[in-house]
Every structure is written in structure tokens, then in C-alpha cells.
Design a protein around this ligand. Structure first.
Ligand SMILES: [Zn+2]
Ligand SMILES: [Zn+2]
Length: 69
């Protein structure tokens, strides 16, 4: 059991959730990020630099563009 699992377990208990993703790996650069950004268009997790659909070549970038941003 690593420190990562310990932290996740503690936070999960605090938030009353079964599993809370404290750490996640960025789907683009593979960097381990604390409290990652979740892309609502492709459902993956990203770091600060790749959080925008434009930055991670999102497969549903069409939806994002249609939002008018
Ligand atoms: Zn990244
Ligand atoms: Zn995306």
C-alpha cells in the first residue's frame, strides 16, 4: 500500500465517496496530476496544460467548438 492509496482513502472518507480520484494521469503527457481536470467531452483526465479540448486533441472537439468559446 503506497502513500497515494493512503491519501486517496483518507480523502474518500472525508468526502463520503467510495472512490475519489486524487491523483490521475494526464492522457496526453502522462504526468501525474493532483486533482486533475476532467474533460466532459471525451471523459478523460488531463493536467493543467492539456485540460482544454484544443490542447489534447479532443475527439469531441466539435461539441466544444459549438459551445461558442
Ligand atoms: Zn498533460
Ligand atoms: Zn477531451
Amino acid at each position: 500500500m503506497g502513500l497515494r492509496d493512503t491519501i486517496r482513502r483518507i480523502v474518500s472518507r472525508l468526502l463520503g465517496k467510495k472512490e475519489y480520484m486524487v491523483y490521475e494521469t494526464c492522457a496526453v503527457c502522462g504526468e501525474r496530476v493532483y486533482l486533475p481536470f476532467h474533460c466532459e467531452y471525451c471523459g478523460k483526465y488531463y493536467c493543467d496544460r492539456h485540460r482544454l479540448p484544443f490542447d489534447h486533441d479532443c475527439r469531441n472537439i466539435g461539441q466544444w467548438k459549438n459551445k461558442g468559446r
